[in-house]
Ligand binder design. Structure first.
Ligand SMILES: Cc1cc2nc3c(=O)[nH]c(=O)nc-3n(C[C@H](O)[C@H](O)[C@H](O)COP(=O)(O)OP(=O)(O)OC[C@H]3O[C@@H](n4cnc5c(N)ncnc54)[C@H](O)[C@@H]3O)c2cc1C
Ligand code: SF4
Length: 463
């Protein structure tokens, strides 16, 4: 590779916006070997690596990058594997810009090192070269049940298996992976290529995954502990219950929650001709919300052939979605109606959506979140014609587990109350991820799963 400017990142190759707006293939193509080695050479191997402090699972970032620089990708993958069981996933979807890369020393005088893209390169190389994690721990002859197979459950299960526990994951859906499989679209996170092989790696550690098994219906947590011989339980059941606005017309035909819309497309493959899953995405779609979920729903609707408007009540600066996702959405042709809020969904005599009545907003004083509160501009209502509306307003935990588990404390948002260690109000029952925090991020869920695995080990060793 020719001389590089150390202040600038090695650019990553992507599918052209016009091309990718019509397909579900991965947008980002990642680094090749040469590019990865060149980018790794930008790392300063800092004595005090702030990047590690910025990583919720504490990956030895300078350590693995040094190995990439030497071209020893196997050693690099082993270093990442000590801290993360889902590196190819994290390399793709973690908000690195506000974590490791946000505090990278190289970023003070130029672009931060592309830590996420290097993690992705290393994990992809390891998978393509058949490198698998191994487990040599002595058997503890104790059983732990994990509820949910999202990032928190998979991480907790993997870490416990590495310590020698017999671990069974109980998953309500027919496929393991949680939001990684049913929520985040194929064009950001390929399932067969990336997610399923990482789940297979967790299974290779000895973890059993039972799908179509709803804790609270098929069996309760108390039954797992009292009748099935489990010594401890980790709850990583996520926050999958969608919220709505409560405005008139939300029951109309053609209104989806983002969760339902994305599940039909991702888990049930509605976008593929060979699948029968229906998804009635029309000619013009309005997506309400401004987070990652809204961007995923909007970009999916676009790929299904719809013109897409994102309606968000604050300004661009406050959009909670990752900057990269907003940039990609704009490049692909998504239109943003900012400082705009829905008032009513309009429908015809058959109950089908025909449009959405919205009102312009302006930003007032900061609210309790620190962001300026949007207030309505009187007399500024207008209608946007559309045939599909997708509500992407956030989610909360499903109360099924808390309502069927004796003495499990939840807060007013129905999130399970847990200490930093993951311990809940029930002895032997731990929890983490979105079920505790409400909708958050993959890496925070993984961090919680890791911490809980350590706490469960301490609890079981002390008995
Ligand atoms: C569309 C979308 C896009 C996102 N994009 C990003 C992103 O780019 N970057 C990022 O970091 N984060 C992103 N997130 C957030 C991230 O995916 C979540 O924070 C993370 O998946 C939470 O992990 P978890 O293990 O707590 O729960 P989940 O991933 O929700 O997994 C919980 C699992 O538990 C199962 N379950 C629930 N109840 C039961 C029960 N009673 N019995 C058995 N199983 C049960 C569920 O079926 C599910 O499989 C996104 C979320 C969504 C919805
Ligand atoms: S902070 Fe940046 S430059 Fe320093 S070790 Fe970490 S990645 Fe390398």
């Amino acid at each position: 590779m020719s001389e590089i400017d150390v202040k600038k990142r090695i650019p990553v190759r992507e599918q052209e916006p016009k091309e990718r707006a019509k397909n579900f293939d991965e947008v980002c193509l990642g680094y090749n070997k040469e590019e990865a080695v060149a980018e790794a050479s930008r790392c300063l191997n800092c004595k005090k690596p702030f990047c590690v402090e910025g990583c919720p699972v504490g990956i030895d970032i300078p350590g693995f990058i040094a190995k990439v620089k030497e071209g020893d990708f196997k050693a690099a993958s082993e270093i990442i594997g000590q801290s993360s069981s889902l590196p190819a996933v994290c390399g793709r979807v973690c908000p690195q810009e506000s974590q490791c890369e946000g505090v990278c020393v190289r970023g003070k005088m130029g672009d931060p090192v592309s830590i996420g893209k290097l993690e992705r390169f290393t994990a992809d190389w390891a998978r393509e070269n058949g490198i698998k994690p191994s487990v040599n721990a002595e058997k503890k002859n104790k059983k732990v049940a994990v509820v949910g197979s999202g990032p928190s459950g998979l991480t907790c299960a993997g870490d416990l298996a590495k310590m020698g526990y017999d671990v069974t994951i109980f998953e309500a859906l027919h496929k393991a992976g949680g939001v990684l499989v049913y929520g985040i679209p194929e064009f950001r996170l390929p399932k067969d290529k990336v997610v399923y092989p990482e789940i297979e790696n967790v299974k290779a550690l000895g973890v059993e995954i039972k799908t179509d098994y709803i804790i609270g219906r098929s069996e309760t947590i108390d039954e797992l502990l009292e009748n099935e011989g489990f010594d401890a339980v980790f709850i990583g059941s996520g926050a999958g219950l969608p919220m709505f606005m409560g405005i008139p017309g939300e029951q109309a035909l053609g209104v989806y929650s983002a969760n339902e819309f994305l599940t039909r497309n991702n888990l049930m493959k509605a976008y593929l001709d060979e699948y029968d899953t229906p998804v009635n995405c029309g000619k013009k779609t309005v997506v309400v919300g401004g987070g990652n979920v809204a961007m995923d729903a909007a970009r999916t609707a676009l790929r299904l052939g719809s013109e897409v408007h994102v309606v968000y009540r604050r300004s661009e600066k406050e959009l909670p979605a990752r900057a990269e996702e907003v940039h990609h959405a704009k490049e692909e042709g998504i239109l943003f109606d900012l400082l705009t809020n829905p008032k009513e969904i309009l429908s015809d005599e058959n109950g089908n959506v025909t449009g959405i009545r919205v009102i312009k907003m302006e930003l007032g004083e900061p609210d309790e979140s620190g962001r300026r509160r949007p207030v309505e501009v009187p007399g500024s209502e207008y209608e946007i014609e559309c045939d599909t509306v997708i509500m992407a307003l956030g989610t909360s935990p499903n109360p099924l587990i808390s309502s069927t588990t004796k003495g499990l404390e939840v807060n007013r948002k129905k999130c399970i109350v847990a200490e930093e260690s993951g311990a809940t109000s029930r002895e032997g029952v731990y929890a983490g991820g979105d079920a505790v925090t409400g909708a958050a991020t993959v890496i925070l869920a993984m961090g919680a799963g890791k911490t809980a695995a350590k706490s469960i080990d301490e609890f079981l060793c002390s008995r």
